[in-house]
Design a binder for this molecule. Structure first.
Ligand code: ADP
Length: 466
C-alpha cells in the first residue's frame, strides 16, 4: 500500500485556510481589544473632564461672589482653596507670573514646576504625561467685574486611575493573546479534521490499480456533504472504468483466441510447404520463410496475450508439485542449446534441489529468461544458469554478460509491453515476456528480481521459499 508523504506544501488548502482564518481572527480580536481599551479610556477621562470643566465654568462666578465680601485677591485664594483637593491643583497666572496658587500646589514644588513648563494649554481639558504622571490640564480666562485677572489653570492628577487602566489594558492584551493562541490551535485542528476526508480520498485513489479496480470503492466515515458527493462521483467513475477495463480484457481474450487457431494453421501450412517445396525458387522460399516467421511471432504474441488475460481473470491454475530443479534445468539447457549458438553453462550443486512449483509454468519462465539472455548478449559470451540453496530458499539464477539494464528501468521491464529502446526492439520481442514471467512466478508463490549493470550484464533471480 502506497503511503502519501507528509510534506510541507506552501500551496496547500490547509495552509491557506489556516493563514487566512488566523489573519482574520487576529485582526478582529486585536481590533476588538483596541476598541474596548479606547472606550475604557474615554469613559474614565470624560468623568474627570466634566469635573474640570465644571470648575472652570464656575470659577469666575465664585470669585465674583467672594469679591463682594473680601478683596479680589483674597476671594481668589478662597475659591482656589475650596476647589482644590489632593488631586486637583489650581493657579492663576498673569503675564507669565503666577498670581495665586492653591496651598496644595505650593507644597508640591516639583509637580508645579512640571505643570508650569507646559506650553500651549488648551481651554478644553487635555491629557498630558509629565515625568511619569498623568495630568488633565486646561486653562480659562478670568475676568471679575470687567477686570482681567489673567488665566486660571486647572490640573487634575489622574495617575492612579491611569495606572489601573494601564494594568487593565495589559491584562486585556494578555487575555487577547492567549485567546488568539487557543483560537489558532483550534482552527488548525478543525481544518485538519475537516480536510481529512479529502486526504483519505487521495490515499485511496493512490492505491487503486488495474488489479483492484473492480473492488475499489471510497468509503468515508461521516464526510461533509460536498466530499460525500465527490466520493460518490468518484465511485461511479471507478465503476465505469472497471466495466470498460473488463470489456477490453474480454475483447482481447476473445480476439486472441479467435486469431490464434487460424494463424497456427497458416503457420503449419507455410512450414510444410517450405519443407516440401523442392520446386520453389529461392525468392519464393525466402518469401515463405518470412511469412512463416511473422506468423510464428504473431502466434507467440497471441499466446502471451491469452496467458495475461487468463492471469487477469484468475483462470490460470497452477499444478504445484515437487520438482527437482537440477533435472528441470538440465532438460531446458539441452533443449535451448539445440537452437542457440550461445554456450549455456549449468552450475548446480551436486545434491538434488527440490522445490514446489508448476513444472510447465516454471519451464516457460526459465526458457523466457534464457531466451532474453540470448537476445540481449553477444553470441560469444556464455550464459550461466545457477541453482543453489540460500538460507531457507532455493534460488535459480539466469546470468548473462550482455547489454544490461539501467537501474531506473529495472522495475519497468516487468510491466506489460515495456521495451527498453529501439535498438533492442529489433530483437523481435513483444515486451510481454517478463510481465508473464512475473505473473507466473508470483502465482507459484515465488519471487523474481533483477540485478543489472549496463554493458556488464544481468542476473535474473527466482527465489522459492521452502
Ligand atoms: P521482449 O519481448 O522485448 O524481450 P520482455 O518482457 O522479455 O520483452 O523484456 C522487456 C525488456 O527488458 C526487453 O525489451 C529488454 O529491453 C529488457 N531485457 C529483458 N531481459 C534482458 C536481458 N537479459 N538483458 C538486457 N535487457 C533485457
Amino acid at each position: 500500500m502506497k503511503v502519501l508523504e507528509h510534506k510541507w506544501d506552501p500551496y496547500s488548502l490547509k495552509l491557506r485556510l489556516t493563514i487566512g482564518i488566523t489573519v482574520f481572527s487576529t485582526l478582529s480580536l486585536a481590533g476588538l481589544a483596541s476598541w474596548i481599551s479606547m472606550k475604557f479610556q474615554q469613559i474614565q477621562i470624560s468623568n474627570h473632564k466634566e469635573n474640570i470643566e465644571y470648575i472652570a465654568d464656575r470659577f469666575p462666578n465664585d470669585v465674583e461672589i467672594y469679591s463682594d465680601m473680601v478683596p479680589v485677591h483674597e476671594g481668589l485664594e478662597r475659591v482656589i482653596n475650596n476647589r482644590t483637593d489632593k488631586n486637583i491643583f489650581i493657579w492663576v497666572e498673569k503675564n507669565q507670573q503666577v498670581a495665586v496658587a492653591s496651598s496644595q500646589i505650593r507644597e508640591n514644588p516639583n509637580f508645579f514646576s512640571d505643570l508650569l513648563a507646559v506650553n500651549e494649554v488648551a481651554s478644553t481639558p487635555q491629557l498630558r504625561n509629565l515625568d511619569g504622571r498623568y495630568w488633565l490640564l486646561c486653562k480659562t480666562p478670568l475676568q471679575v467685574k470687567s477686570e482681567n485677572l489673567g488665566n486660571v489653570y486647572i490640573a487634575q492628577d489622574i495617575t492612579s486611575d491611569q495606572t489601573v487602566l494601564l494594568s487593565l489594558l495589559r491584562s486585556l492584551i494578555l487575555a487577547t493573546a492567549i485567546a488568539l493562541a487557543i483560537k489558532i490551535l483550534a482552527i488548525t485542528f478543525y481544518i485538519n479534521h475537516s480536510l481529512r476526508p479529502l486526504k483519505r480520498i487521495s490515499q485511496l485513489t493512490a492505491n487503486v490499480s488495474v488489479e483492484s479496480l473492480s473492488e475499489a470503492q471510497l468509503h468515508l466515515k461521516n464526510p461533509p456533504s460536498e466530499v460525500k458527493e465527490l466520493a460518490e462521483t468518484f465511485n461511479q467513475m471507478l465503476m465505469r472504468l472497471s466495466q470498460s477495463w473488463e470489456h477490453q480484457r474480454k475483447l482481447l481474450n476473445d480476439v486472441s483466441h479467435e486469431l490464434r487457431t487460424p494463424l497456427t494453421i497458416i503457420c503449419g501450412y507455410l512450414e510444410s510447404t517450405l519443407r516440401r517445396g523442392n520446386n520453389l525458387s529461392e525468392l519464393q522460399k525466402e518469401a515463405l520463410g518470412t511469412a512463416a516467421g511473422e506468423a510464428n511471432r504473431t502466434v507467440q504474441l497471441l499466446t502471451d496475450l491469452l496467458d495475461l488475460a487468463r492471469a487477469d481473470n484468475g483462470s490460470i491454475h497452477f499444478q504445484q508439485e515437487k520438482i527437482v530443479v537440477n533435472h528441470l534445468i538440465a532438460e531446458i539447457v539441452t533443449m535451448v542449446g539445440q537452437y542457440s549458438q550461445h554456450h549455456i553453462e549449468f552450475q548446480v550443486a551436486p545434491e538434488e534441489l527440490e522445490i514446489i512449483a508448476d513444472h510447465d509454468r516454471l519451464k516457460q519462465v526459465l526458457i523466457n529468461l534464457i531466451d532474453n539472455a540470448i537476445k540481449y548478449s553477444p553470441a560469444d559470451y556464455p550464459i550461466i544458469v545457477k541453482a543453489y540453496r540460500k538460507d531457507k530458499s532455493a534460488v535459480i539464477e539466469v546470468c548473462d554478460h550482455g547489454v544490461g539494464i539501467p537501474l531506473s528501468k529495472q522495475d519497468l521491464i516487468f510491466e506489460r509491453f515495456y521495451r527498453l529502446d529501439e535498438a533492442r526492439n529489433r530483437s523481435g520481442g513483444t515486451g510481454l515476456g517478463l510481465s508473464i514471467a512475473k505473473t507466473l512466478v508470483l502465482g507459484m508463490g515465488a519471487k523474481i528480481s533483477v540485478k543489472s549493470q549496463p554493458k556488464k550484464g544481468s542476473i535474473f533471480t527466482l527465489e522459492f521459499a521452502q
